[in-house]
Design a protein around this ligand. Structure first.
Ligand code: NAI
Length: 335
């Protein structure tokens, strides 16, 4: 029986890149039934709701989605729909593999990092209020339950995939209680389920310096929410940019797959955005569903396109001149 998957095209470049990903996944013979759903700034204009009840109901029912980026207004307006979705479905673990890609020349080779980001707590929750005029507070939430489950996830992830090292970036020298709890839980989970895995802690400022100097020393990175957000983009910069880094938001019984990048409004609607990050997110989704054969076909196909490196087949962010849909067509031809 075909698996039903929710597709949220999203804002900005979202419809172009998710449309390309859907075509590639269908052409690979994954046999998915897609349900297209509205969310984000566009949904607000169309339906009066950033997260319409029909979207929530469909994700609740099918528990799996491929999502395009959603625009969040800066300094005003509605709260992030991404954050709402992650909290609503308790998608506590963001998993973002960052790899050197064939044919994409960058300053470094052999980058092979997986960023594991706590996705529901921390400063990123955006819980803020004005204490008195001119004074605001932003709350950083850390719970033992939240810190333990993300650390357990990271060590289990590392063990299941044969990875040798987990590094925590933190600022527990300053945020002694919140980041202190995060590393206390990471240490305990290392003892409980991290046998044979090397464990390292770095203060995040030093961690950033080491990442841009020698990224190959890192394997799995374990981070609280805001640090994970920032470090994901930094890591993307090491391997060719936001067009090539996929992601998954994983909960106990629900998962939403999405690229690390945002809605890129300045290049939206021009057929120039790189669809690869969403296609790779789709590959992660297929694996999650146990559809390993079409997943591998897609991976081999995009690796072939990248390795050949023809300018007329690659988008301009990775050195080519092709459009979003041309890049997808090139992958489909190699399936
Ligand atoms: P962004 O990730 O949209 O763009 C950053 C830079 O990368 C821009 O120069 C953009 O053109 C480029 N870029 C991003 N994706 C690309 C792709 N697939 N191909 C080629 N170039 C690409 O980040 P920005 O500009 O900070 O945010 C724009 C909007 O996206 C904001 O409203 C933000 O809140 C939202 N956003 C949503 C996310 C999500 O839905 N998960 C994640 C990050 C940002």
């Amino acid at each position: 029986m075909a698996t039903t998957v929710c597709l949220l095209p999203g804002d900005g470049i979202g419809p172009e890149v998710t449309g390309a990903a859907r075509r590639v996944i269908d052409a690979a013979g994954a046999g998915l039934d897609w349900i297209e759903l509205d969310a984000g700034a566009g949904a607000l204009e169309r339906t009066g709701d950033v997260l319409p009840p029909a979207t929530i109901a469909a994700i609740e029912k099918h528990r799996i989605a491929l999502k395009g980026p959603l625009t969040t207004p800066i300094g005003k307006g509605f709260a992030s729909v991404n954050v709402q979705l992650r909290k609503r479905f308790d998608l506590y673990a963001a998993v973002r593999p960052v790899r050197s890609m064939p044919g994409i020349r960058t300053r470094f080779e052999n980058v092979e990092i997986v960023v594991i980001r706590e996705n529901t707590e921390g400063l990123y929750s955006g819980i803020e209020h004005e204490v008195v005029p001119g004074v605001v507070e932003s709350l950083k939430i850390a719970t033992r339950v939240g810190c333990e489950r993300i650390a357990r996830f990271a060590f289990n992830y590392a063990r299941e995939r044969g990875r040798g090292k987990v590094t925590v970036f933190h600022k527990a020298n300053i945020m002694k209680m919140s980041d202190g709890l995060f590393i206390e839980c990471a240490r305990r989970m290392h003892e409980e389920c991290g046998q044979g895995i090397e464990y390292q802690e770095l203060i995040i400022d030093n961690g950033c310096m080491q990442l841009v100097q020698n990224p190959a020393q890192f394997d799995v990175l374990l981070l609280e929410n805001l640090y994970g957000d920032v470090i994901s983009d930094l890591c993307a910069g090491l391997v060719g940019g936001l067009g090539v880094v996929p992601g998954a938001n994983i909960g106990k019984d629900c998962a939403i797959f999405e690229a690390v990048h945002g809605s890129a409004p300045t290049i939206a609607g021009q057929n120039i955005a790189n669809p690869l990050a969403v296609i790779m997110s789709g590959v992660m989704m297929l694996r999650h569903l146990g559809l390993h054969e079409p997943a591998l076909r897609i991976k081999n196909a995009y690796n072939a396109v990248l390795t050949e490196g023809r300018a007329d087949e690659l988008t301009r962010d990775i050195g080519g001149q092709a459009g979003t849909s041309d890049f997808a067509d090139s992958i489909i031809r190699r399936l």
